[in-house]
Design a protein around this ligand. Structure first.
Ligand code: FAD
Length: 436
């Protein structure tokens, strides 16, 4: 560490910041960074949020396209079991649980409701009203926003009183600048949907500082399937519902995943909430054995015997497709999948009934990381103390998806991002108070 030397470059973005030491710099204007900013600003701290993109909260807005699943209404125990065991996520979520998420949204004038699956959504089913109200509240609290500011890293220094501060380098449309702050919250996101801002480039900055990081890998992701031209052209974008997906351990036969829900055929494979829910197990199996077979129950409301009875009657002059439509209600995508993956079983009632209840489709590669809903990996939690401050760098906190935790979809991702931002923001306030 060395003494502060202020960098007085010409900077038309906001001259006020140069040569002043802010209480807190937040890098990354996603849900985690904004939550940390609101905690610090509410405690009267001078906070500035920096983001590389032309506006903040872009991934949050994108999440709103699917209705914005903010959190989940289930009880605390099952809720926290969705995160990998032995994760400190439980601690963050204890202080900012699903009820707090709903109360926070309500304070911003956004009513929420519990869907039939227990998931919690804003009544408007989108993110823009919530983000607008949130940013308005932050501005009222005095938070300043600096977009198009790409963070390039930081150096820890000592000020004239011997207190630790951070000197951050940002690339701006006006060139490179240095901003000083007494504490910092890094909330740089994961590594998917890089066009929305979170590109994972921060990994090399943290690794260069000897901070342990795991590579960012696809989580809540789809899987490649080499569909026929017919499926690609006729059914890409078509939901596969309501089906049950079963996955077995290929060595022991043990059932590893069995859930009813909805998937979606994409041009290059299969995705959707049911597939995302299975993706952690599928990725582990692919790593272990090279491929995984999805077994689809296409008619979960009917037992195999009932199906067999219904199709064990003369077909007459009807086509096979017409017969299956009338006898079982099988049409469109489900029928196309049977023709594609069980052609040899179509004429035998026994075999057909069995394959309708367990249609095997094998996958061996996840879709690219950039397409995933979230990424696993990131900064190892062992680098952080309970308040999410880096053990090696006094006053530097980290929050959100950039940390090495993982969760399924269902509102668990956003809740942990809010909760970690809340934890880091509150701890940073205590740290600033102690520094006084
Ligand atoms: C299509 C889609 C739908 C989703 N739907 C849901 C859902 O319904 N429910 C749910 O719980 N989760 C959902 N998620 C996941 C959720 O949106 C993310 O987990 C969450 O946004 C992560 O928050 P974060 O604050 O950690 O990071 P982000 O929201 O990714 O924000 C990180 C910010 O850091 C900025 N940044 C990165 N690097 C730099 C740099 N070097 N300099 C300056 N700024 C930088 C980025 O521009 C970005 O604004 C969805 C994700 C996607 C892609």
């Amino acid at each position: 560490m060395c003494l502060v030397t202020h960098v007085g470059q010409k900077y038309s973005g906001n001259n006020i910041l140069i040569n002043k030491i802010l209480d807190a710099v937040v890098v990354g204007g996603g849900p985690a960074g904004l939550m940390a900013a609101s905690r610090m600003a509410a405690a009267g701290k001078r906070v500035a949020v920096f983001d590389a993109m032309p506006s903040v909260g872009r991934k949050f807005l994108r999440a709103g396209v699917g209705g914005l699943n903010l959190t989940h209404s289930e009880a605390f125990e099952p809720f926290t079991s969705r995160y990998q065991p032995d994760m400190p996520v439980t601690g963050w979520v204890r202080d900012f649980d699903a009820d707090r998420v709903r109360a926070w949204a309500a304070e911003l004038g956004i009513e929420t409701y519990v869907g039939s699956s227990g998931r919690v959504f804003p009544v408007q089913q989108k993110a823009s009203p919530l983000l607008r109200a949130w940013l308005g509240q932050l501005r009222t609290l005095g938070v300043e926003f600096f977009t198009r500011h790409r963070w390039l890293g930081w150096t820890s220094l000592l000020d004239a009183n011997g207190l630790v501060i951070q000197a951050h380098r940002f690339l701006t449309p006006h060139g490179e600048i240095v901003i000083h702050s007494r504490c910092t919250v890094l909330a740089l996101g994961g590594g998917s949907w890089s066009r929305l801002g979170s590109d994972g480039q921060w990994l090399s900055i943290l690794s260069d500082k000897a901070l342990a990081c795991q590579p960012l890998t696809a989580s809540n992701c789809g899987f490649d399937i080499c569909w026929s031209k017919h499926i690609q052209e006729q059914f890409a974008g078509t939901p596969l519902k309501s089906v049950t997906l079963n996955i077995h351990d290929p060595d022991t036969g043990k059932n590893l995943f069995s859930r009813r829900g909805e998937a979606m055929v994409a041009k290059h494979g299969i995705q959707g909430s049911l597939v995302y829910a299975a993706s952690r197990i599928v990725n582990q199996l692919i790593q272990r054995t090279g491929s995984v077979t999805f077994y689809w129950d296409l008619l979960p409301d009917l037992g195999e015997q009932t199906i067999l009875q219904r199709i064990s009657v003369p077909q007459g002059k009807e086509s096979r497709s017409n017969f299956l439509r009338k006898r079982l209600g099988l049409t469109g995508l489900k029928l196309a999948l049977l023709y594609e993956f069980a052609q040899g079983h179509m004429q035998s009632p026994d075999k057909l009934a069995a394959v309708i209840k367990s249609l095997p489709i094998t996958v061996s590669t996840a879709r690219p990381v950039d397409e995933a809903i979230s990424t696993a990996g990131g900064l190892c939690l062992s680098e952080l103390d309970e308040g999410l401050m880096l053990r090696k760098f006094l006053g530097v906190y980290c929050a959100g998806e950039m940390l090495d935790w993982d969760a399924p979809t269902g509102g668990y991702l956003l809740t942990a991002c809010f909760a970690s931002g809340n934890c880091a923001g509150n701890a940073a306030v205590r740290y600033l108070e102690e520094q006084k």
